[in-house]
Design a protein around this ligand. Structure first.
Ligand code: SF4
Length: 322
């Protein structure tokens, strides 16, 4: 049964945040940071500490649902509840139970899964994910060498397994699919790579392709942002197969209403614990003015909960890990 909001401490639920592609999105983190079956060169959550393909019940589903119900019982305006966070959500073996729990109690909310896609088509996963409203898996490679170079999977996983997973999921589950392709200059942006992508995507047949590129610090410093010419080349070619969207940079147009709320400091902390952000991004993501964002960051800094990290593309707020 849904819980009444009380003094619950939110550990698995974070936000809501303004997402570049999902609107107002409430994040749900199903796994301990950072547990993943890949160690991608562009990962904004840093190096994978636990590189594993073993699924597990890292937290009781009731703990996650209690947090969600406490949050949702006040009827917040959300575009999506999104499974994301610092790692791969499908490694959580009770993900189906959490999805069912949300849909049974709060059917008015849409649920999205951000995933690397490697497990979604195998075993019982298509069935576990049947109640989703949207799935956004990744495809960053079109051959084994590139897969190993960019995604660096756990032992035993290979490109064929990923490709089959995406194809089988599409056959066994009708949920809307947007396929994300992260362009990594020098690794997956050649003409032959694009030709291979087109062939593979023609088989998967996603509803849409989302082209992504570096927007915040990557784990590996050699990963750079793709130039506009390359992005447009990909768009032009892949549009022959299905609609293609270039994921926009977060700008003030996303910042049309207040979503910060009273506990904004805690929300900022939960967000940067999962991905570093600049002060400007924090202001835009939570819909608060720049001065208020700066003041909140300063308070977190004084409390020694965060620090600044200077990188090529700006100064990022990062958590102080104990
Ligand atoms: S980008 Fe996603 S799949 Fe890749 S290492 Fe990070 S959390 Fe894992």
């Amino acid at each position: 049964m849904p819980q009444k909001p009380g003094n619950i401490i939110f550990r698995r639920v974070f936000g809501p945040v303004r997402s570049r592609r999902l609107g107002i999105s409430l994040g749900v983190d199903l796994i301990p940071p950072k547990t993943c079956n890949q160690n991608c060169v562009y990962c904004e959550a840093g190096k994978t500490g636990d590189l594993t393909n073993e699924r597990g019940e890292f937290f009781p589903p009731s703990e996650i649902l209690d947090e969600l119900f406490a949050f949702l019982s006040s009827g917040p305006k959300l575009d999506f509840i999104t499974f994301s966070g610092a790692g791969e959500p499908t490694l959580y073996s009770k993900i189906g139970e959490v999805i069912s729990g949300i849909k049974e109690n709060f059917p008015e909310y849409k649920i999205c899964l951000l995933t690397n896609g490697i497990l979604i088509g195998h075993g019982s996963m298509p069935d576990e994910l049947r109640l989703l409203d949207l799935i956004i898996p990744s495809l960053d490679a079109s051959d084994e060498d590139t897969f190993q170079k960019i995604n660096r999977p756990a032992k035993g996983l290979n490109f064929e397994y990923l490709k089959n997973s995406l194809t089988m999921f599409r056959k066994r589950n009708q949920v809307e699919m947007w396929l994300e392709l992260f362009i990594v200059p020098g690794a997956n942006d050649s003409d032959s790579s694009l030709k291979n992508f087109a062939e593979i995507i023609s088989v998967i047949k996603p509803d849409k392709i989302q082209l992504n590129g570096l927007d915040r610090p990557a784990f590996e410093s050699w990963v750079k942002k793709a130039d506009a010419e390359t992005v447009l080349k990909f768009k032009g070619e892949l549009e022959k197969i299905c609609p293609v969207e270039i994921i926009p940079k977060l700008t003030a147009e996303f910042c049309s209403s207040e979503s910060g709320g009273a506990d904004i400091k805690e929300k900022i902390l939960r967000l940067v614990s999962r991905r570093p952000c600049t002060a400007e991004e924090i202001s835009l993501i939570f819909g608060i003015d720049a001065m208020r964002a700066d003041a909140m960051i300063l308070e977190l800094l004084r409390a020694k909960k965060v620090s600044f990290e200077k990188m090529d593309r700006g100064v990022f707020v990062v958590p102080n890990r104990k």
